[in-house]
Design a binder for this molecule. Sequence first.
Ligand code: NAD
Length: 280
Amino acid sequence: SRPSYVLGLVGEGISASLTPAMQEREGRESGLQVSYRIIDAERRGFGADDLADLLDWAQRLGFDGLNVTHPFKQAVLPLLDELSDDAADLGAVNTVVFRDGRRLGRNTDWSGYGAAFRAALPDAVRDRAVVVGAGGAGVAVGYGLLDQGAEHVAVLDSDPERAEACAIRLAKRYGDHRVTPVTDLGRALDEAGGVVNATPVGMNGHPGSSVPEGLLRPDLWVSDVVYFPLDTELVRAARARGCRVVTGGGMAVHQAVGAFELFTGRVPDAARMTRHFAEL
Ligand code: NAD
């Protein structure tokens, strides 16, 4: 019989997530039996205080692993037996693997962003970049870009203290000279090859763009982490201006690619998962 895996996604407001469909279909295509459940804290009525019980029960019920998303990526840290160095440095876990009675914390957001960016714009991986938004997504994007070889990342947030905290985290791993917190987006863009929106601005219910249209030059690449919808206001403005564009879909797919491998030990077919995602 086919090896079987029971997996889930724990987070808030995740009922429309495409991850279950991606993981289950890749499982089928790889000859595995993958069941992937949505465990929505809002719908099930639990919060961060219940996370310890939830992990206990998932383990006792035979789950092989969980993806963890907003707002639990930080809260899950103290509940794990082992953390990868990158997850510890990021201060966030999006993948928990249950193995031999132990809980292993991993992070495939940053590596997923890096892989997605390299797949989309391989010639731009060394460019200087500006990251707008210094929350969980911004830190992951910064790690992904620097890991792929970006010369420098400037971090901007409407809350300057968050930009500074993010820059300190990034600099700890990649060096002070490669990261700067900034407050003037126009000036930062003058020196950059591209810009990433890592704020929620542009997603359904958050109209607008974190990058004013007037700052977009045709020679800039523009990347968005938002993927509900894929065609955000920023993405549409950038395309109209002639910029090269990387939508948030790539990160969503490649974090799942990384998690699939951690859960099953099999390297999934990233191109096939990208095609599936596009069909969903
Ligand atoms: P967060 O709340 O932790 O951080 C958002 C940050 O953006 C905050 O620090 C906030 O101050 C800042 N901000 C908000 N509006 C701003 C503006 N106009 N200009 C500058 N800074 C601004 O949120 P997060 O967890 O980092 O998530 C951000 C977005 O990333 C969400 O929309 C989420 O859905 C998306 N995301 C996508 C993927 C993917 O796979 N594509 C993965 C993770 C997160």
